[in-house]
Write a protein that binds this ligand. Sequence first.
Ligand code: GTP
Ligand code: MG
Length: 198
Amino acid sequence: MKIKSSRFDRAAVRPEQEPRAPGPDVVFLGRSNVGKSSLINRLLGTRNLARTSSQPGRTQSVNFYRINDALYFVDLPGYGYARVPESVRRNWGPMVEAFLERRRERIVMGVLVVDARREPGLLDRTMRDWLAYQRIPYLIAATKADKLSGNKRVVALRTITEGLGASPDTGAPVLVSSSTGLGIRAVWRHLDAALAGA
Ligand code: GTP
Ligand code: MG
């Protein structure tokens, strides 16, 4: 897709704050600090549209970005960050699960973002299971691949595929780097295919 415009639309902490305009939505979800917001920026060719931080827990609301006045990229708060307030942590699961259910009809793809250097954990699998349960097609994007040498990338790909399985919709995880642009075109190919069918 050629990006003609991208802008921050809104941050929602309650359902009634979400945009009413029809999607389609592409949702980004994954552990805190894996690089969801950075990936959004790289996909859009923007530097600072989605706020990123070296401190985990940066994104705490559901942030909507409007692309080409035609679709939304949705940046969900990261999960599994121990140092956010307990109330936030407790609310996170139900909030994201309810979000996926509520907007199910609009969501054309979930991008499950994991850190290429880490073995997928229980939370990653739970997230994958929610996507599968809602029958939301998903893509597994393993970020920060620039931090791995060639051989370690092969190992990482295997570890992540073993931990999460391949996606029924998009197959093997895609190694990406928001720093170098590695894998960005492959992610766009999957998104374009999903959006074409929307
Ligand atoms: P939360 O909003 O806390 O859930 O985090 P997030 O998943 O949105 O992560 P964010 O994009 O803010 O990135 C976290 C940190 O990782 C930042 O310091 C980024 O610069 C860094 N980072 C993200 N992607 C990459 C990447 O592909 N390569 C490298 N080297 N660093 C990255
Ligand atoms: Mg973020």
